[in-house]
Design a protein around this ligand. Structure first.
Ligand SMILES: *Cc1c(COP(=O)(O)O)cnc(C)c1O
Length: 393
């Protein structure tokens, strides 16, 4: 497999490890362990496992390895480690390199569980965490100091879709030798160039676009071979966050169609955002692909398209937002994103319910805000569904 081929070619072929049977579709190696021909072979493998040698599925598995190699090829990363969920990936990317006394600077607008690790877990172990407004480069400059170990950010925040300038933050962090870890779920691996923009480590919840059909949990950490094998792998293989071989197979098949799906979903999101902008029942349409978005230029340069998710703010607050959700016929009410099925979420009462009111205000999570994850249905049907639901008001 060669990196010279286009990503669409690589997502069909990269990472394949064929067995002696020459199967077309990747095999699911649903095995916990591996047999050694001799006691000496077992000893040798424990001393140093070769490229295509496995010991135990918590450490690695051929199907999981195929998925890791394929997504590393897409991201342009030297190596990858797949995990049981997106949060297992975020947790490992933070816990493996950090130790007591370290200082981390993080953007504040984070997925709830990421916020929990940074706000509740790390400080318990003596890691100091400073939160900043991720779109404010002066705030990063003020918070990152000599000795800061890590900068952490979600490149596009949930649910208000602020876009953080990865290259600029990486420049500030690099100046003091801090590593940059990016949770890149909303950008998707299709539109991401985070590593070439200066990120050291990129994390995905593959539950979202990589599966893309609502079946399996999964996550992945991507970075240099040195980081993945020397820092991350020891932590993950001993703490048990491994991806199951079956889920890895689902994710492998997801990668084959990822680019086609994500590009179709992103162009649907763009069409919906353009159709709804200025609608009389909405106070805001937030989508990085709209010129009215405050970081539109950064989004265009950093991720080429606006992504698959937009947010609308319904005039009339929670009551009006609920009426719209309940009137939709195609969109389902759920809390996943990146799925083939279009999904609406009311963050203030679900995913972000536990945030104190002042933090909701600070993060722009208003009572009327609805997150819209655009699926693979015909954009015209989705626009008509949203318009009809807004007409109920
Ligand atoms: C969903 C999500 C996660 C967590 O992923 P899981 O697979 O649900 O554990 C982390 N970060 C972001 C930005 C997400 O959207």
């Amino acid at each position: 497999m060669t990196q010279r081929w286009d990503s669409r070619t690589r997502m069909v072929h990269a990472g394949v490890r064929r067995s002696q049977y020459g199967e077309v579709s990747e095999a699911i190696y649903l095995t916990q362990g591996f047999v050694y021909d001799t006691a000496e072979a077992a000893e040798a493998r424990f001393l140093q496992a070769g490229d295509d040698e496995f010991i135990y599925a918590r450490y690695g598995n051929p199907t999981v390895r195929m998925f890791e190699d394929r997504i590393a090829s897409l991201e342009g990363a030297e190596d990858a480690f797949a995990t049981a969920s997106g949060m297992a990936a975020v947790n490992a990317a933070l816990m493996a390199p950090l130790k007591s006394g370290d200082h981390v600077v993080s953007s504040r607008a984070l997925f709830g569980s990421c916020l929990y690790i940074l706000e509740e877990v790390l400080p318990r172990f003596g890691v100091e965490v400073t939160f900043v407004d991720g779109t404010d480069l002066d705030a990063w400059r003020g918070a990152i100091r000599p000795g800061t170990k890590m900068a952490f950010l979600e490149s596009v925040s949930n649910p208000t879709l602020e876009v953080i300038d990865i290259a600029a933050v990486a420049g500030i962090a690099r100046a003091v030798g801090a590593m940059v870890v990016v949770d890149n779920v909303f950008a998707t691996p299709v539109f991401s160039r985070a590593l070439s923009q200066g990120a050291d480590v990129v994390v995905y919840s593959t539950t979202k676009h990589v599966d893309g059909q609502g079946r399996c949990l999964g996550g992945v950490v991507l970075g240099t071979q040195q980081f993945i094998r020397k820092t991350l792998e020891p932590y993950l293989k001993h703490t048990g966050g491994a991806m199951s071989p079956f889920n890895a197979w689902v994710m492998l098949k997801g990668l084959e169609t990822l680019e086609l799906r994500v590009r179709a979903q992103a162009s649907g999101a763009q069409a919906i955002a353009e159709a709804l902008e200025g609608h009389e029942k909405l106070s805001r349409v937030i989508y990085p692909g709209l010129p009215s978005h405050p970081q539109h230029a950064i989004a265009a340069a950093q991720m080429e398209a606006g992504g698959t998710v937009l947010a609308i703010d319904v005039k009339g607050g929670q009551e009006a937002a609920f009426k719209v959700l309940n009137a939709l016929e195609i969109f389902i009410i759920s809390n996943n994103l990146g799925d083939a099925k279009s999904i609406v979420t009311h963050p203030a009462t679900t995913t972000h319910q536990r945030l104190p009111d002042d933090q909701k205000v600070a993060l722009g999570i208003t009572p009327g805000l609805v997150r819209v994850s655009v699926g693979l249905e015909a954009p015209a049907d989705l626009i008509a569904d949203l318009r009809a639901a807004l007409d109920v008001l």
